[in-house]
Design a binder for this molecule. Structure first.
Ligand code: DC
Length: 220
């Protein structure tokens, strides 16, 4: 079974997708982490972000491994190296949407995502997992939340990380607005709700309530 969970940043996708995967013993595929890993590779290799052909080549050569930990966390290996923390750094967050909007990059990454999921029960999470990666997924969800609430959640996440406590709410808001715009207006696979996806507004919901709501649909 394929469960696809899409939505904008801060809607609760990662937390929810991870917990549903753990509960159901499904493989968890964080597609955003994959675009982030590619962005890290591009930046570390000093590739000019305007040189799309070089970026696409980097995507073709990439070796990404996603390892779900017993703790519920996710270990991301890029070319064998643990980059789980590095890919969450603001320098990556700032740049990832511009890398992810490149058509050739998406072709390569979508193929990789399908390969990772082949023959398995999976929970995939991202922006286009229910529209493009697995349009025939058995269960599709679109998680959303008010902009202010999404900013609040992301800001809280930063404040809890030892080296990012000084990140300001205004900067988080500017980043989210920028990514929302790029992710939903790009030509290839823009963020949008699949017609057959169940829409869940998580603004006023606890994590437990969202999980129960999704499980009700999955098991129903
Ligand atoms: O979910 P996230 O914040 O880690 O995702 C980082 C970026 O990657 C997001 O701003 C857009 C891009 N992305 C994408 O284009 N398609 C996906 N399926 C997942 C993420």
């Amino acid at each position: 079974m394929i469960i696809a969970i899409d939505g904008p940043a801060g809607a609760g996708k990662s937390t929810i997708a991870r917990m549903i995967a753990k509960k159901m013993r499904f493989t968890y595929i964080d597609t955003g982490a994959m675009y982030r890993a590619l962005t890290l590779k591009v930046l570390d290799a000093g590739i000019d972000p305007k040189k799309t052909s070089r970026i696409i080549r980097a995507a073709r050569d990439i070796d990404i491994e996603l390892v779900s930990l017993n703790s519920g966390g996710l270990k991301v290996l890029l070319d064998g190296k643990n980059v789980s923390r590095a890919i969450r750094h603001p320098r990556i967050t700032k740049m990832v949407s511009d890398i992810a909007k490149i058509k050739g990059v998406r072709t390569v990454m979508v193929e990789l995502q399908r390969r990772l999921a082949r023959g398995k029960n999976c929970v995939l999470e991202g922006r286009d997992t229910g529209t493009v990666v697995f349009p025939k997924a058995e269960k599709k969800f679109f998680l959303d939340a008010d902009f202010a609430e999404r900013v609040k959640r992301r800001h809280k996440e930063f404040r809890e990380k030892p080296d990012m406590t000084q990140v300001k709410a205004d900067d988080v808001a500017a980043d989210l607005r920028n990514r929302d715009t790029i992710d939903s207006t790009r030509k290839v696979a823009p963020l949008k709700r699949a017609e057959d996806a169940i829409y869940v507004d998580t603004t006023h919901m606890t994590i437990v309530r969202v999980i129960n709501e999704l499980l009700r649909h999955i098991n129903g």
